[in-house]
Design a protein around this ligand. Structure first.
Ligand code: IPT
Length: 975
């Protein structure tokens, strides 16, 4: 009896042995296109008849291949016509760690949506290979009624030998949503069944090449490359550029330029037999681990990495080449030099592009058993011999397909699969087949199968300790394992969870990684939000996440944790990352400019530098900066190109490194690195005009441009403009990172519990004096005894209103009687309501993009302008956003309204939006945010940082708002 993908834990049957990805001149017929398709609710599918040649499929849907059927219009079982399954329980389902099927390995439920596919095609290829680049979760394949076999391993290539007949052929494929293979594919992502990558028929003539293995070593001491191309056919290797013609299996040693991600030097050539020619793209390089450091070509290498899933908001994991290229260009333009292919091998085109454009790749296998955590890891496949063939098959298919890619420098065996002896066998197989690349496996605390020590989401202190090789010893490991692990290089496979607003602390992580040679870099989690473009009942387009589908379990919003939004627009976090990762460091030296080449392989000759001097944000000088060419690691100090003038104010110097010429990844003029610092700063002199005394009116008090309610002391008009506030504000709409995992990190839950989201105000005194107005207000939460007492002292000089604020925290803010913990306050500042006619902001301070105390690298000090609407960052889950730090002055303007000016002397941060923080918090999706008819302006003395606690450590203490008396001054003027 045949095995099937449902009755066996084996990886497949009838398949060809895995082999290298090859660009070949063998005739290749794409079988992509529109196929016939029928969706059924169980594994029985449409019945047995559909494989027959003469089966009548004219009543079936058609579907494009490649695609996921859950993202295409198809007819659900029982329905009478095709429709989109998006947003339904038959559509894309998102789980994080949970299996959507019972944890009963290797069984799967009867409810097993099954797609039957049929394609009629003509061909004159008489003998060939039928290749599926990816089918989720399994495929059984028939050609002209003959069963070829079956396969599992969704993101891995499968080939079958075929003998098509001349003319018309019928290909039939049955795909089940769930199979025993599902137990090995519990990555944190959408479950997206279907034939989702290319299907091809490749001709095989006698004497063609089955497999080839390029060994292209580089000796950095001699500058010589050694090339040997193994092939299983008598073939000739030709590399014209190197004047090389040699037989497969022969070795040649020649002077070459090495390959690196910084300088992706490829030598093109061919491997040819009489009947086939395969394109070679050879990169000479050597990856070694020496004395606990990762080296490439003898030099320590540092990964400025991201984790990348294949994701498109309409097409799921069916990516076209343009999208892959776009990702790579976007990465390169943001100073990213490495990718971990979390958590499966990508489409082969992606790796070809990495070879060509230059990215280091940690290629990860399609293997994750995370959901066994719900069984206490009982029955976890890595511990079970019956799963070994399937696990090994996955490793073999990854390594065999991609062994010739110079960009791939590390094999990652799996993600989040805990431990088990099967990993010994996988490791042994890789070491034997490809000793040229080190192996990573993060989750086994003994690290016995890994050439790297690696963890996810450490806090800064732990990362420091790791850098010093003084980390805590993991539980349950032997002395020997512990001692060995301490000798390994450290690779931070995931950090800085980019969910919602954030991540913060990127500069802290980078600084630590750079200061410890043991650490070979890190990979931010993750590249792109996995959301789908969807439309709500009212016709509003929005980004759908797991929680938008009526299905349980679901991983909610945790799929929205990328540096790019789902539509591939870069988020502020990506700009911050680019600024932190810059490959050339530019900073202040004693009376000079310090420039350091932080690259590992190339000098700075591709860059030109320029400087800019600004006084109060206005350009007063600038030009080219002559910087000597710096070798990797080399630094130079240059004299200051300019000096501040005598005038008081802010004198800022900016030095930029720009690409000299067009490259494969960015145009000439592209900004690569930037440094900015103050040469001189003096606070504006106190106003020297004449003090104005308050004037009493009917229930009101006038003070300069201000009109106050005499009873409450509230400012009610400013220059005739009706205003609400300013009132003390201690709250912000929680970010995803404020809703961190674990009791300690879920600050938003504490805020709600102690009522920060429902502050009430009571005026305790209004004193009208000769020199102004003093208003005392108590702000407290319903239910609770803690409070903040604010004294607002208003005075006026000429036409400018001065407000000094003092805040005291009174009552039990620490160790609250109710929760026995300290209350963390996200914000300390003033909130004002202004007429909705205000639409434009201009400011001098950090911008143009948002900034928080732990993420200021991407913003620059200068004069910036924006509409109120554009100040918002449209996070798919509404939350605090759009803060601007370090503001010296801000003006708000609106048609027909006087311009309002807010000035220091103290620097402040501001947000301005058309809804309150409370409305921002209540909104589930951006379309829930409606214009309140007012502009809500926050002028903050402090706001806590962002962090990355959604999955990660608590926000460091220094980025919190201290609960101590605070005083500051802000001035108001009206034009
Ligand atoms: C880690 C996973 O490897 C990754 O796929 C993703 O789920 C990430 O977390 C969080 O978004 S595993 C977790 C236990 C830290």
């Amino acid at each position: 009896m045949h095995t099937t993908p449902l009755n066996s834990v084996l990886p497949g049957e009838g398949r060809r042995a895995p082999r290298a990805d090859a660009v070949t001149d063998a005739r290749t017929q794409s079988l992509n296109g529109r196929w016939r398709f029928r969706l059924s609710p169980t594994a029985a599918g449409s019945g047995g008849g559909f494989v027959a040649d003469d089966f009548d499929d004219t009543a079936w849907d058609t579907i494009r291949v490649p695609s996921h059927w859950v993202l295409e219009p198809v007819t659900p079982p029982g329905a009478d016509g095709p429709r989109s399954l998006l947003g339904t329980a038959d559509g894309p389902l998102y789980t994080n760690t949970a299996f959507p099927i019972p944890l009963d390995p290797p069984h799967i439920p009867e409810e097993n949506p099954t797609g039957d596919y049929r394609l009629e095609f003509d061909t004159d290829i008489a003998a060939g290979v039928l290749r599926f680049q990816g089918v989720d979760s399994c495929a059984t394949v028939w050609l002209n009624g003959e069963r070829l076999g079956w396969t599992t391993g969704s993101r891995l290539q499968t080939e079958f030998d075929v003998r098509p007949r001349p003319g018309r052929n019928v290909l039939a494929v049955r795909v089940h949503r769930w199979s025993p293979g599902t137990y090995l594919e519990d990555q944190d992502m959408w479950w997206l069944p279907g034939i989702f990558r290319d299907v091809e028929l490749i001709e095989r003539l006698p004497g063609t090449i089955d497999d080839h293995f390029v060994h292209a070593d580089y000796n950095h001491q001699t500058g010589l490359g050694t090339l040997r191309v193994d092939a299983d056919a008598a073939a000739v290797v030709t590399i014209p550029e190197l004047d090389l013609v040699l037989a497969a299996g022969e070795t040649a040693t020649v002077a070459v330029e090495p390959w690196s991600a910084e300088s992706p030097r490829l030598y093109r050539g061919t491997l040819a037999t009489g009947t086939e020619s395969v394109t070679l793209a050879i990169g000479f390089r050597r990856v070694t681990i020496d004395d606990g450091r990762l080296l490439v070509n003898g030099a320590p290498v540092f990964f400025r990495g991201v984790n990348r899933h294949e994701q498109d908001w309409e097409r799921g994991r069916t990516l076209d080449r343009d999208t892959m290229l776009r990702d790579i260009l976007e990465m390169k333009r943001h100073n990213i030099n490495a990718v971990r292919t979390s958590h499966y091998p990508p489409h082969p085109d992606f790796l070809r592009l990495c070879d060509e454009i230059g990215l280091w790749v940690v290629e990860e296998c399609d293997l994750e058993t995370h959901g066994f955590i719900y069984a206490g890891w009982e029955g976890n496949p890595p511990t079970e011999p019956q799963w070994l063939p399937a696990m090994l098959d996955r490793i073999q298919r990854m390594v065999e397909r991609d062994k010739n890619r110079p960009s791939v420098v590390i094999w990652s065996m799996a993600n989040e699969s805990w431990t088990g002896a099967n990993f010994d066998a996988l490791e042994a197989w890789i070491r034997d087949r490809d000793p040229s690349r080190p192996i990573l496996y993060e989750r086994d605390p003994s690290y016995r199968n890994s050439d790297f020590y690696s963890v996810m989401y450490p806090d800064l202190e732990r990362l420091e300790a790791i850098g010093r090789r003084e980390e805590e010893r993991p539980d349950g490991v032997s002395d020997e394992e512990d001692a060995r692990r301490r000798t390994l290089p450290f690779l931070l496979c995931e950090y800085a969870h980019a969910m919602g607003n954030g991540p913060g602390s990127l500069h802290d992580y980078h600084r630590i990684m750079r200061s410890h040679p043991r650490i070979c870099g890190g990979f931010v989690w993750e590249w792109i939000d996995h959301g789908f473009r969807h439309v709500d009942g009212a016709g509003n387009e929005f980004v759908m996440h797991g929680g938008d589908v009526a299905y349980r379990p679901n991983g909610g919003r945790y799929c929205l944790d990328g540096l790019l939004f789902a539509d591939r627009t870069p988020g502020p976090g990506l700009a911050e990352l680019a600024a932190v990762l810059q490959p050339v460091e530019i900073g202040a030296a004693d009376d000079g400019v310090l420039i350091r080449n932080a690259q590992d392989f190339v000098d700075t000759s591709s860059l030109r530098f320029e400087w800019l001097l600004e006084h109060d944000g206005v350009r007063v000088g600038g030009g080219d900066l002559a910087v000597p060419v710096l070798a990797p690691g080399e630094a130079a100090t240059l004299p200051l190109p300019a000096h501040p003038g005598a005038a008081p104010g802010d004198w800022w110097l900016t030095v930029r490194g720009l690409q000299r010429e067009d490259t494969a990844w960015a145009p000439a003029g592209h900004l690569v690195a930037r440094g900015q610092w103050a040469l001189a700063r003096t606070a504006p002199a106190p106003a020297a005009g004449s003090p104005v005394a308050p004037r009493q009116g009917d229930g009101v008090v006038f003070l300069g441009p201000g009109e106050f309610d005499a009873a409450s002391g509230a400012l009610i008009r400013l220059g005739g403009v009706p205003v609400d506030g300013p009132r003390l504000d201690l709250y912000r709409a929680p970010t995803e990172n404020d809703r961190g995992q674990g009791e300690r990190n879920n600050l938003a839950a504490v805020w709600t519990a102690v009522g920060l989201d429902r502050l009430q105000h009571r005026t305790d005194g209004v004193r009208i004096r000769d020199d102004g107005l003093e208003v005392v207000v108590r702000t407290s939460s319903s239910t609770h005894p803690h409070a903040a007492d604010t004294v607002l002292r208003w005075s006026c000089v000429d036409d400018v209103l001065h407000l000094s604020v003092t805040v005291d925290f009174v009552g039990p803010w620490r160790d609250t009687p109710y929760m026995h913990r300290d209350i963390v306050v996200p914000r300390l500042g003033l909130r004002l309501g202004l007429p909705g006619g205000y639409g434009r902001a201009e400011w001098f301070g950090l911008g143009p993009q948002e900034s928080y105390v732990d993420s200021t690298a991407a913003a620059v000090v200068g004069r910036h302008a924006s509409t109120i609407d554009d100040l918002q960052v449209d996070y798919p889950t509404p939350q605090e956003n759009g803060n601007r730090m370090g503001t010296r002055w801000l003006t708000l303007a609106g048609d027909g309204l006087p311009t309002l000016r807010f000035l220091g002397p103290d620097e402040f941060a501001f947000t301005a939006r058309r809804w309150t923080s409370e409305a921002l918090e209540r909104a589930r999706h951006p379309q829930d945010l409606v214009d309140s008819g007012r502009v809500w302006l926050n002028l903050d003395h402090a706001q806590q940082g962002i962090g990355s606690a959604s999955v990660g450590p608590a926000l460091p203490e220094r980025y919190r708002v201290p609960l101590t008396r605070a005083s500051w001054t802000v001035t108001f003027a009206v034009d």
